[in-house]
Design a protein around this ligand. Sequence first.
Ligand code: ADE
Ligand code: MG
Length: 234
Amino acid sequence: SLEEVEPNFFTLSPDSPLRETIQRAYRWYSPRFSPCDVPRFADVGSITEEWSVMRGIRDFLVARYRNLPEPPTHIMGFDARGFLLGPMISVELGVPFVLMRKAGKNPGILIESEPYEKEYKEKKAEAMTIRCGSIGKGSRVVLVDDVLATGGTALSGLQLVEASGATTIEFVAILGIKSLKGAQLSHSYGNGRFSKIPFFALVDESVLTEANCGDTAGYNGPRIIGYREALSRI
Ligand code: ADE
Ligand code: MG
């Protein structure tokens, strides 16, 4: 039920029941109603608010990784939305969940990736870290996030696993925005040192149709309603 979109970049085939389940739940917002200036901001909350969709994603990924000849020894999630998906998989597999975060958020002695840029630009390029010792030599790691966009964080994850003396089994996301070439960034990086690592987006941006738009039609009010104002409207 998997399709290879480009070399080592996979997605669920169009007739996959999980793909349909995700498409039914997924909502996107235009810049008017989202925190970022991207055309379609994919809302991970629309997935988490549907517990049966979360369960479908969990069961699919747990079965996928449990059945490998050499199953993962660690799941590593990307701050912050990867933290919603990774732990439910790691507890079922009985392996640690590792938090990849910016240096200002992680305690201990850290390994830091090279800086990367995002689909929505923050003031400067950012780098990611994990704690030294979180992942040991010879470990086999699955990387997880909600969205694969330009792929800067994914590349950071690959660097941090490599620099831990470990290998990445796969990078997995719910949504892959193909046009932003996130898999290509990692696959072409550093003379192809990561070219063999599979990227797996459960669905691609074609699931985010007009019918999936979460914008409130005809709404002219403020996007953010303060506490006191909200109280007064109850
Ligand atoms: N991260 C980068 N691009 C995104 C998008 N379009 N929606 C949600 N998260 C993103
Ligand atoms: Mg993210």
